[in-house]
Write a protein of this length. Structure first.
Length: 100
C-alpha cells in the first residue's frame, strides 16, 4: 500500500479551531500516514503577517498537539511545492528513459 502523506499549508495568522477541525476531519476520512503542517512565511493576500513567522511557528505545534499523525514542519510551502515538482519531473524522466 502506498504511503499517503498530507500537506496542510497556511499562514496560520492566527492558527484557529478551523485549522484544527479541518485536519481532524481529513484524518477521519483518509488513511494518511501523517500530515505535515507547514506555516507560510508570507501571506499571499496581504503585504505582511500580523504575527511574526517565529511566533506563528511556535504556536502551531500547540494547536495541533492533540491530533495524532500531525507534524509541524518548518519548511515553507513554496519549498515543498518545488520539491514535489522536482520529484515528479525525475519520475517522468525515468519513465521516459525506460521507454526508449
Amino acid at each position: 500500500m502506498p504511503r499517503i502523506i498530507g500537506v496542510f499549508g497556511g499562514t496560520f495568522d492566527p492558527v484557529h479551531n478551523g485549522h484544527v477541525l479541518t485536519i481532524s476531519e481529513l484524518l477521519e476520512k483518509f488513511p494518511f500516514e501523517k500530515i505535515l503542517v507547514i506555516p507560510n512565511l508570507q501571506p499571499p493576500h496581504r503585504e505582511s503577517s500580523r504575527v511574526s513567522y517565529k511566533h506563528r511557528y511556535e504556536m502551531a505545534p500547540m494547536a495541533f498537539k492533540d491530533i495524532p499523525k500531525t507534524i509541524v514542519d518548518k519548511g515553507s510551502l513554496l519549498e515543498m511545492v518545488r520539491l514535489m515538482q522536482s520529484k515528479q519531473l525525475r519520475k517522468k524522466c525515468l519513465r521516459k528513459k525506460e521507454l526508449e
